[in-house]
Each structure stands twice: as C-alpha cells, then as structure tokens.
Design a protein around this ligand. Structure first.
Ligand code: F6P
Length: 326
C-alpha cells in the first residue's frame, strides 16, 4: 500500500494462546519496515472508546511465551452498529492510523469487513481462536495449545478413571466445531468422540460402552464437544446412568483452562509467520483478507469466505478414531 506509515493491531473475540506471539510478529515486522504501530486495547471497544497507544519494540519483549493477549480482548456489541463504527473510524483518523491488523475469529472478521467497506479502510486478519473452525487455514493460532491442554488433562483423568474403574465424560470447548474434541480424542485414546459436525446417535455410544463392559474394560474416556447436537456432558451422563446404573460415571468440563497457558512451539511459529505475512500483505496493498497457512503455503482468503464457510472436519480422522477405539 502506498503511503503506509502507521498500522494498528487489536485482538478480539475469545483469546487464544499465541495471540501475543502474533502481536510481537506484527510489531517487529512493522518496525523493521519503518512503520509506526499502535495497539488498540480490548478489541473493537478500544477503537470506539479511544484506548489506543503506541507500541514500541520493548512491548514485544518476552511475550512470545505468554498466553492470553497483552492487548486484552472482548466481544463488542456497539461495533455492530453504524454509530459505533463511526466513532471507531473517527478515533482511527485521530491517531493517523492507515491500516489495521485484527486477530480473532469469524466475528472479528465480520466486524473488520463491514468497517473496511464502510470507510474504504484497509483491514487484514489473522486467525486467532482455539476452535480451529476458520476457512482459509489448516490451523488457527491457539488450537494446537488447546489440544495439548486437553490431552494433558485427559491423561490425568485416565489415571483416576483406571484406579476406580470409572467412565469419565469430558466436555471440551467448541461451540460449533469439533476440532478440539476430535484431535484430543485421538491423542488420548477416547472410546467415543461426540462432535457437532456429525449427528450423534446416542445408541452407538451405549452399544460401545456395553461392549466395553462385556469385555471387562472397566474404565473409559468419552469426549463431548460442548456444541454437540445431543447436548453436553451432563446430558450424556444422564442417559448413560439410565442404561448402566451400576457404572460409576463422572463428568469433567474442562472449560476455559483450554484458552489459557503458554503457547506450544507450533502456535508460536504459526503466529510468528502469519503475523509477519500480515504486515507484508498490507505493504503489498492487500486488504479484506485473512492470512492463513494451507498445505504449508501462505494463503490470503477474503473475509467474506472466512465468514461464510467453516473449515471442514477431516472425516478420515473420525473414522480412524472409531477404529482405534475398538
Ligand atoms: O470461540 C472460542 C470459544 O472458546 C469457544 O470454544 C467457546 O464456546 C466460547 O469461546 C466461549 O466464550 P466465552 O469466553 O465468551 O464464554
């Protein structure tokens, strides 16, 4: 982009491990190219309420290993209104910002897309969400760490499940997406994985448990994605209890621990590469796109596509999970 002098960066929506590594990459790449960088705090709220501060190179010191986001994050209702976006644009102009890097999920890109169109303003996106549900990238920043967190937790649950001959039903995050459930389920050897992308036939779970009981498999792990069509872990526990009243069953809802923690090396490297490419993309005049990595190639996908489509579950992985749990 011609005349690019100052960019700004924000994180929005649910935070994810690796967002700080992405911020660091954006700041360092921008400074390398002699661009000024502002940080916008609390997502789009910071644009509306003028929580905007210059970031110097020291802001990026020692944040590559930190979970969360130093810029803080939020979901912002006001940015969905034309009045909110107008206030945001006035602040952006006041700070002489020429382009924006937004790090988040599809809601973040939907906001960025409207803003870009309304004010003809360059916005580029980085995929930051633990859910891995964004079209246009094989992996989102934070997903790998979240899966590792779940696997570590399930390994611990398995110890106590084995000691007590118990069934553990573990609920993982993913409102509309089963990526965390599927990958962590394979990595932890779960007996069954229930995900929102495929219809759950609860009788199949009951049959699988019955088989386990008949074969003297005294303990088991079942993973349920929070968005599964049958319901969450509590609903699954209820029906299991009705069919197998003597089977000692416990529920663990992993919740927000999946969103925290130091990012894995995979997430740090992904975030560093994509953050670097976002700044190069802006310099090159790109806008209205999310920077992703597909088959190890950098790909720029229009916001419209990332908003409209979801990344598809790998059906083969689901099949592998079924076979290996047998
Ligand atoms: O989108 C990320 C995510 O962690 C989902 O997996 C989860 O359903 C949601 O955010 C939780 O949102 P909140 O932090 O607002 O409760």
């Amino acid at each position: 982009m011609k005349d690019l002098k100052k960019i700004a960066v924000l994180t929005s929506g649910g935070d994810s491990p690796g967002m700080n590594a992405a911020i660091r990459a954006v700041v360092k790449t921008a400074l390398h190219h002699k661009l000024d960088v502002d940080g916008i705090y609390k997502g789009y709220n910071g644009m509306i309420n003028d929580i905007i501060k210059p970031l110097d190179r020291h802001i990026a010191d020692n944040i590559i290993s930190l979970g969360g986001t130093i810029l803080k994050s939020a979901r912002c209702k006001e940015f969905r209104t034309p009045e909110g976006r107008k206030k945001a644009y006035e602040n952006i102009k006041k700070h002489n910002i020429d382009a924006l890097v937004v790090i988040g999920g599809d809601g973040t890109f939907a906001g960025g897309n409207i803003f870009m169109k309304e004010f003809d303003f360059p916005v580029i996106g980085l995929p930051g969400t633990i859910d891995n549900d964004l079209y246009g990238t094989d992996y989102t920043i934070g997903y790998d760490t979240a899966v590792n967190t779940v696997v570590t937790a399930i390994d611990k649950l398995r110890d106590t499940a084995t000691s007590h001959d118990r069934l553990f039903i573990v609920e993982v995050m993913g409102r509309d997406a089963g990526f965390i459930a599927l990958r962590s389920g394979i990595a932890s050897g779960a007996k069954k994985i229930l995900i929102p992308e495929t219809k759950t036939h609860i009788e199949e779970l009951l049959e699988r448990l019955q088989k386990g009981i008949s074969e003297n498999e005294a303990s088991a792990i079942v993973i349920v994605s929070e968005g599964d069509d049958f319901g969450g872990a509590m609903e699954v526990k209820k029906i299991v209890g009705e069919h197998f009243p003597d089977y000692s069953t416990r529920v663990t809802i992993l919740g927000h621990i999946q969103r925290g923690g130091s990012p894995s090396s995979y997430d740090r490297i992904l975030a560093s590469g994509l953050g670097y490419q976002a700044v190069l993309g802006l310099l090159d005049g790109k806008k209205g796109v999310m920077v992703g990595s597909v088959n190890r190639e950098i790909v720029f996908t229009p916001f419209e596509k990332t908003i409209k489509h979801h990344s598809k579950i790998n059906v083969e992985l689901k099949h592998i999970a079924e076979i290996l749990s047998g």
